[in-house]
Ligand binder design. Structure first.
Ligand code: OGA
Ligand code: ZN
Ligand code: ZN
Length: 390
């Protein structure tokens, strides 16, 4: 691309050529060499003009505001030329679009379906799941290993990192390969051990049933890292459940309960003498397409359900079913951590649990930290982009 046109940070290519551009009432239709016909609204094309007047070259961000285009803006001329589309506008502005970019952003059904298929899907798992392990030293030295780790975290929501140095805050080494932390009131790095003045059930030795951390916040931390320094106590095994798998099973097997879990707000609280965090939201959050995008649940942080009296029966039926599923061997896996192991899991998807342990039988010390999903996704995209994969 010449300096006049501002590129995206990604590159777009297509094996298909634009054969012809046809003017339409409200824009331009393109006829491609494979027969596809894509239609582009005049405001959409004008909005996306990548010229140096419309885009800031330095940041590759748009400066043109579509409201500044005249209401009757029209395409005066549109030509397929040199692997792209040249448009002359009724107000004299000129735009050029590369074929690869147009094809990658076209709004016709086939193109949108292709984009949907290319988007990575979550791979849901059950009780027979084999958790993929990544050696810390490789993640530190090799971007390809780092990309593989983050890809696995994005698709299954659960990974194990092995041979992390058994030292305080050593979990920050592999995390530093991703991004910065999501700090909370429990600290940048939190120590999970039985404490005399515990401000959370996590910091005692009790059984912690399957939960996401901090459902008490508007935005739950995206990814949780738990690094084992000492695990000499009897008990304290780690349990994981794929919340997406449970949600999908409930959708299939008990559609009414699914509807309740996706709509009835649950109240969650973290309170101590200095802080008072609260948030209410349904256990399952759905995206615009109805796919589950988030699971939110911690029994030990729940407040009383605030709902109309007549709805309590169905809400409790759904809650009890959800809780039963989080205990079901069909969905749960159980592992014991050894020093140097570090779990990394999607805290807005995978519920984790800890069996009760006996603090008299030996020491147990984990360190944890959080990173938001945005950071994982951004790092993954840049690594993929550098390899021409996205
Ligand atoms: C927590 C937690 C797990 C463990 O601290 O939130 O889930 O194994 N800990 O102690
Ligand atoms: Zn322009
Ligand atoms: Zn937890």
């Amino acid at each position: 691309m010449t300096a006049e046109f501002i590129a995206d940070w990604r590159t777009f290519s297509t094996p298909h050529a634009i054969e012809r551009a046809e003017r339409e009432t409200d824009g331009v239709a393109l006829i491609w060499s494979d027969g596809r016909r894509t239609r582009h609204h005049r405001f959409w094309l004008r909005d996306n003009c990548p010229c140096a007047k419309c885009y800031l070259a330095l940041t590759r961000e748009q400066v043109f505001e579509i409201v500044d285009a005249p209401q009757d803006l029209d395409v005066a001329d549109a030509q397929a030329k040199d692997g792209g589309l040249d448009v002359v506008w009724s107000d004299g502005h000129r735009s050029r679009y590369e074929a690869g970019w147009l094809r990658a952003h076209a709004g016709d059904e086939a193109s949108r379906r292709e984009r949907g298929r290319a988007r990575e899907k979550s791979v849901v798992w059950g009780g027979d799941h084999h958790v993929q392990a990544f050696a810390c030293a490789e993640l530190m030295a090799d971007d390809a290993a780092l990309l593989a780790w983050l890809s696995q975290l994005r698709s299954t929501g659960l990974t194990l990192v092995t041979v992390v140095p058994v030292e305080h805050e050593a979990l920050l080494q592999p995390i530093g390969r991703i991004s910065h932390l999501r700090e909370t009131n429990f600290g940048r790095v939190f120590d999970v051990k039985s404490k005399p003045q515990a401000d959370s059930a996590a910091y005692t030795s009790v059984n912690l049933p399957p939960h996401t951390d901090l459902p008490t916040r508007e935005l739950q931390p995206g990814v949780q890292f738990l690094h084992c320094l000492v695990n000499d106590a009897t008990g304290g095994e780690s349990v994981f459940v794929d919340g997406f798998a449970i949600g999908e099973a409930i959708r299939r097997e008990a559609p009414e309960a699914f509807g309740v879990l996706a709509t009835a707000p649950m109240a969650f609280w973290n309170r101590d003498s200095r802080t008072d965090y609260r948030w209410s939201a349904p256990i399952l959050a759905l995206d615009a397409e109805g796919e589950i995008e988030e699971v939110r649940f911690a029994n030990f942080l729940r407040g009383p359900i605030d709902a109309p009296e007549d709805e309590m029966g169905e809400i409790y039926a759904a809650l009890r079913l959800f809780q039963a599923m989080t205990r079901d061997a069909r969905f749960t896996i159980e592992r014991r951590m050894k020093p140097g192991d570090m779990w990394a899991f999607d805290n807005r998807r995978v519920l984790h649990a800890r069996r009760e342990f006996d603090p008299e039988s030996g020491a147990r010390h984990l360190q944890g930290a959080y990173v938001d999903r945005d950071e994982i996704n951004s790092r993954w995209r840049v690594l993929a982009r550098e390899r021409g994969a996205s």
